[in-house]
Design a protein. Structure first.
Lengths: 113, 115
C-alpha cells in the first residue's frame, strides 16, 4: 500500500539558512511524487513534481527536491530560506493512471529573523 | 490564484442544520475531489469524481453527501453533523497529463465549525 512519512513535525530555521524537509514513501511501482505548500488559512499549492527523468527537480519559489530510489526518499530543499516560506509543507505520492494521492502528515516550517 | 474557488470560506453550523459547501474549478479539469483536513492528521480523501461520476468514496459517513452536476462544480451537502466533523474542507481538481500523472490543484478551503 502507498504511504508517505514526513518524520519532522516542526522545523525552525533562521532566515537565510538552508532548508531540507524529509519525505519517505512506500510504493510498489514507480511513483510520482509531489511537494505542496500550505500557508495559514489557504489551500495547498503545488511546489514541484517528480515522475521520471532527472532525479533533481526544480520547483517554484526557489525550491528543489531530489528523488532517491534506493532510499525511498524525496526530500525538499532550499538554499536560503525567506520569512515568507513559513508554512506547512506536504509530500504526496501517486500512481500512474490513478487520480488519487496519498499525503504525509506535513511539516510545519517556522522562520526566525 | 489556483483557479479553484470554494464558498463559503467559513461556516458555523449547529448539529441539526443542513448546509452545503460549493466548489468551482476554472481549469478545464475532469476530476474533482473533497478532502477533510483536521489538525495533526493527514489529509483524508473523502470523495473523488471523474467525468462527473463518483469513483471513490472512502467510507465517509452518510451525513456527508457529494454532488457533481458537471465537470466544473462540486458540492458537499452536510446534515446532522457532529462536533468532530469540524475541520478544513478542501476541494481539488485535476486532469490526467501525458505522463500519466495527475496534478491536483486545490481551493482555499472552507473552515467548518460544528457547534
Amino acid at each position: 500500500a502507498q504511504s508517505v512519512t514526513q518524520p519532522d513535525i516542526h522545523i525552525t530555521v533562521s532566515e537565510g539558512a538552508s532548508l531540507e524537509l524529509r519525505c519517505n514513501y512506500s510504493y510498489g511501482a514507480t511513483p510520482y511524487l509531489f511537494w505542496y505548500v500550505q500557508s495559514p488559512g489557504q489551500g495547498l499549492q503545488l511546489l514541484l513534481k517528480y515522475f521520471s527523468g532527472d532525479t533533481l527537480v526544480q520547483g517554484i519559489k526557489g525550491f528543489e527536491a531530489e528523488f532517491k530510489r534506493s532510499q525511498s526518499s524525496f526530500n525538499l530543499r532550499k538554499p536560503s530560506v525567506h520569512w515568507s516560506d513559513a508554512a506547512e509543507y506536504f509530500c504526496a505520492v501517486g500512481a500512474t493512471g490513478a487520480n488519487n494521492l496519498f499525503f504525509g502528515t506535513g511539516t510545519r516550517l517556522t522562520v526566525i529573523p | 490564484e489556483t483557479g479553484v474557488t470554494q464558498t463559503p470560506r467559513h461556516l458555523v453550523m449547529g448539529m441539526t442544520n443542513k448546509k452545503s459547501l460549493k466548489c468551482e474549478q476554472h481549469l478545464g479539469h475532469n476530476a474533482m475531489y473533497w478532502y477533510k483536513q483536521s489538525a495533526k492528521k493527514p489529509l483524508e480523501l473523502m470523495f473523488v469524481y471523474s467525468l462527473e461520476e463518483r469513483v471513490e468514496n472512502n467510507s465517509v459517513p452518510s451525513r456527508f453527501s457529494p454532488e457533481c452536476p458537471n465537470s466544473s462544480h462540486l458540492f458537499l451537502h452536510l446534515h446532522t453533523l457532529q462536533p468532530e466533523d469540524s475541520a478544513l474542507y478542501l476541494c481539488a481538481s485535476s486532469q490526467e497529463l501525458l505522463d500519466g500523472s495527475y496534478e491536483q490543484y486545490f481551493g482555499p478551503g472552507t473552515r467548518l465549525t460544528v457547534t
